[in-house]
Design a binder for this molecule. Structure first.
Ligand SMILES: [Zn+2]
Length: 747
């Protein structure tokens, strides 16, 4: 939980008199119609929501104005009950304690009033993860700020239609204007009201520039970088004829200036006990039109520390072979610029775009001339990793510090004036023509739903967070070798003389995480499908679904075989492993060990083991990939891809054969000694095959069950042959006997 300022979207509020009471109502803004008769039909058919009811306690005889009891604002209107349940330890079970809840400060500004409800959320549980920054974790004070503002909106605002090929947020309505429409959904793009003051000129200043105030809490040494990131977007507006679209000012020295005044867009500095985010965008829009009327960014105080860690652990040793060099200040500057470009992009209505890294080649990313003009991905809305190449390669910019072609393209879609149009409908032909460019790699867009790899929904291996280049497999190959080298040499550099060994352990763990990310990424090509958002007839449009060709799937599997499943991927020297200790002061996480009192998570949290659980980390990474393959949606895709492919794509039989060879190959070759990594993997995989046969998840294709049963039979036979050959050492023999049990299906 961090200082999120907007827990709810802006809602319209009606005050309705019901006898001697006033009802505070949220009218239904989700349904729209264009005639009064249809509107009353909607009012009869769709509910509104009542937020609270308060007794009238006084009436002004002259004006009729009433004073009513607003105690309902002390109740859980924000639904913190579920927010806390979702973000904290489930055992914590916080409840709103009304006996410790009261009204705080109220403030009045020209366009809004602020009412603060200071709620106490209480629990009986003494040790609550992530809530122990309070002096007593059983009692959390949550200061809820209600903003009552006059309805926003400028009369010159014209809503703009959204398009499924363009990555802009949208306000979605059910519209009843046309009975024969196939689709009742009406979608308006959520955007700021940025227009040129003189559309007849090639370039004119913004009629209403967006002004951001940098909170005075932002440390002076980072303010220029924060500012540079925000105003970086002005270049996109200049290209569509608007200058000075975004301004950044310092918070005025005036003591009466208040960030709660709704007229101000504020960039805030957030401090946390544990780093949980880099920055976050805050936007409020008019629910009737999609017009944004307030936005801001929360910037985490952890950004400089994150940059310093990245420099020390990865960049310095990989590029310069050193560890001792001070990080250049430009690196921290660029980290802020890159973060602020991204968050300001959200403020402008831009969604994430996780296919953006596919736009450029490795050669381009290795050129500073290229990256300083076009960035390291087509968009700042990617989650691009550091663009880092080992010493033998040339090196472009580490961070994305400029807008990419997709950013210019999308701002044009969202904000460019379309001459000769007076209504949103009149803009549609032009907008649709612009949006038809989806198949151009510079303008392609795929968002959050397209990276739901964990639940099997995501299927396009081009859409990832944390990868780079138009050949992510080749890029990962380079990164894996680099990380392997970093892992095997990290103990020569760390810890520094006089430092505790946890410095080494933390670095090892970061590099290992980076390694396993790339070692697992190829799994997404297996049974993958390239997904196109292009409409029929768009330039260079592909079919919506094109299965990944078998040659790519095989290439990806060979990487998994080499970097994830093989024994040679996980060789570490005893000297390195024995250095992975921790200091008793290390880390985060809540424990209360008997005799140690009640220290909070940020103060004391030793891991269970004194040494580093390398085997467990390896096993987890391997299991994650196998679980992904055995997800019913992925198995269905692999089973059915051959039907949807005009070329060759892998069969479900390939999947089981490849895994069997990779994981059990050394049983067939009668290896004398099977390594610990391999023994663990073999047992785990046998269990997963057995589960696929005996308790398949709903939706598992019967082909998968049949093949799993077949592989277990083959495995038992190979084990029998290997044991009879008598060449195995004692632990390998015991392992094989045990593995045979795991491979035997219970009747
Ligand atoms: Zn984001």
């Amino acid at each position: 939980m961090w200082g999120n300022t907007d827990h709810l979207p802006a809602m319209l509020v009606h005050f309705h008199r019901a006898g001697e009471k006033i009802a505070v109502i949220w009218p239904n803004t989700n349904v729209v119609a264009n005639t009064p008769d249809l509107q009353s039909a909607l009012a009869q058919n769709f509910p509104q929501s009542v937020v609270g009811l308060g007794q009238i306690v006084a009436t002004d005889d002259k004006t009729g104005a009433v004073v009513f009891d607003a105690s309902s604002l002390l109740s859980d209107i924000l639904d913190l009950n579920n927010i806390l349940k979702g973000s904290l330890d489930p055992g914590a079970s916080y409840r709103l304690d009304s006996s410790r809840t009261y009204f705080g400060q109220t403030k009045a500004f020209p366009r809004n009033i602020v009412i603060e409800a200071d709620q106490t959320w209480a629990t009986e549980a003494a040790h609550v993860q992530a809530a122990d920054v309070a002096p007593d974790a059983r009692s959390l004070q949550m200061r809820i700020i209600y903003n009552f503002a006059e309805p926003p909106g400028n009369s010159d605002y014209r809503p703009r239609y959204a398009d499924d090929r363009i990555g802009l947020y949208d306000a979605i309505y059910l519209q009843y204007n046309n009975d024969q429409a196939r689709e009742r959904q009406l979608r308006y793009f959520i955007r700021l009201n940025i227009q040129p003051s003189d559309p007849s000129k090639a370039l004119s200043p913004a009629k209403r520039p967006v002004v951001y105030y940098l909170s005075k809490t932002i440390p002076p040494q980072y303010r220029a970088a924060v500012r540079d990131g925000i105003v970086g977007w002005n270049r996109a507006f200049e290209r569509i004829g608007i200058s000075n679209a975004i301004e950044v000012k310092d918070q005025p020295a005036d003591p009466n200036w208040d960030a709660d005044d709704i007229r101000y867009n504020v960039i805030r500095w957030v401090t946390e006990a544990q780093a949980s985010f880099g920055a976050d965008s805050q936007t409020l829009y008019d629910p009737r039109t999609g017009e944004e009327f307030r936005s801001g960014v929360l910037v985490s105080a952890n950004i400089p520390a994150g940059a310093a860690r990245g420099w020390k652990i990865f960049i310095d040793p990989a590029r310069y072979g050193r560890d001792t060099d001070p990080m250049p200040q430009s690196f921290v500057h660029d980290a802020f610029v890159s973060t602020l470009l991204h968050e300001t992009g959200h403020n402008l209505g831009m969604q994430h775009n996780f296919i953006g890294s596919m736009a450029y080649s490795a050669k381009q990313l290795q050129s500073k001339a290229f990256t300083s003009t076009y960035g390291i991905s087509s968009t700042v809305m990617e989650y691009a990793p550091t663009n880092l190449w080992p010493r033998q390669y040339p090196q472009g910019d580490f961070n994305q510090t400029v807008l990419g072609p997709y950013d210019y393209f999308t701002i044009k879609y969202g904000y460019a004036t379309i001459p000769g149009t007076q209504t949103p409908e009149a803009e549609l032909p032009t907008l649709r023509r612009w949006a038809s460019a989806w198949s151009n790699p510079y303008y392609r867009y795929a968002s959050d739903e397209d990276v739901s790899w964990a639940n099997g929904h995501a299927s396009d291996p081009r859409v990832n967070q944390g990868d780079l280049t138009n050949d992510p497999l080749a890029w990962c190959g380079v990164q894996l070798k680099m990380n392997h080298e970093l892992l095997s040499t990290v103990n020569r550099r760390l810890p520094k003389d006089g430092s505790a060994y946890e410095e080494l352990t933390a670095a090892f763990s970061s590099i290992l995480r980076s390694y396993t990310n790339c070692a697992s990424l190829p799994s997404r090509f297996i049974g993958g499908q390239y997904v196109s958002r292009a409409h029929r007839g768009d330039t260079h449009a592909e079919s919506p679904i094109v299965p990944v060709p078998r040659s790519q799937e095989l290439r990806a599997f060979r990487m998994l075989d080499q970097y994830l499943f093989s024994d040679s991927a996980w060789q570490f020297s005893p000297r390195l492993l024995q250095g992975l200790g921790y200091s008793e002061w290390a880390g985060y996480g809540y424990v209360s060990w008997p005799g140690y009192g009640n220290l909070p998570l940020w103060a004391y949290n030793p891991p269970e083991r004194h040494d580093y659980p390398v085997m467990q980390n390896i096993a987890r990474a391997q299991a994650r990939v196998i679980d992904q393959f055995f997800n019913p949606l992925v198995l269905q895709r692999i089973d059915e891809n051959p039907l949807e492919s005009t070329k060759s794509t892998m069969s479900i039989d390939d999947l089981f054969t490849w895994l069997q060879t990779s994981i059990y190959g050394d049983i067939n070759s009668h290896t004398r000694s099977i390594s610990l990594v391999k023994r663990n993997l073999q047992t785990m995989y046998a269990d997963k095959l057995a589960a696929l046969v005996s308790s398949p998840t709903r939706g598992t294709p019967s082909d998968a069950q049949a093949l799993a049963r077949h592989e277990l039979t083959t495995l038992r036979q190979s084990i029998g042959t290997a044991l009879r050959s008598g060449s195995a050492d004692a632990i390998t023999r015991a392992h094989l006997e045990n593995l045979r049990q795991h491979a035997t299906l219970k009747p």
